[in-house]
Design a protein around this ligand. Sequence first.
Ligand code: HEM
Length: 193
Amino acid sequence: MQFSLKRAHLSAASCIIGLVLFASCSEETSTPAPTPTPSLYDRVGGITMVSDPSNPATMIEKGRLTLRSVVDSSILVIAADPKMAKYFPVLFAELGAGNTTGLSRLSKNFTDFMCLATGSKTYTYSGLDMKAAHDPAKNSRIPMKITAADFDAFVGNIGVGLAKNGVTAANNAQLVNDLVALLNTTKADIVQQ
Ligand code: HEM
């Protein structure tokens, strides 16, 4: 009796060990958690802090720095494009008079918008929504509604702005395509004629 009790204990113990081993084995063989797909914001630099070349002694997320640089380069390309001039008389008149307030606000708002749209969790956008921003009835800074052809030309100008910052179809076609696709998601709201 004593002998069989011992055996019963032993076999119960080996069952438990077996179950534990089985459980741990099955854990090891289960599918590993998928690596999260990097957001577009991550792909343009993400949250790594770098020093801000425009503001001495200030740090900035690398993702925001890339997007701000692309926005600022693109604004210059847009300003030099004769097809765009008719949309920006307010901004250009201010600049002609040496007033850069509107330019700084546009740069900040456009950069905030791009940060948020690409997946930044740090920045927020407090400007007008895309429909209102491009509707002369809601935004006195734009005198006319935008055509589909001019929207495409504007996105082309942002492509030039990207290239000026080292992102080209030749060296990063996927990133260019994904950013252009993101911009094109705003087309239905922005083209209003
Ligand atoms: C490609 C997608 C576009 C995005 C993401 C975009 C984004 C923006 C943003 C964030 C603002 C600032 C809104 C505010 O301050 O509340 C803005 C303003 C403006 N946008 Fe766009 N935009 C786009 C396309 C266009 C196009 C195609 C045109 C004209 C061809 C255009 C002309 C303007 C003008 C004239 C303003 C007002 C500028 C000023 O404040 O003086 N945008 N846009």
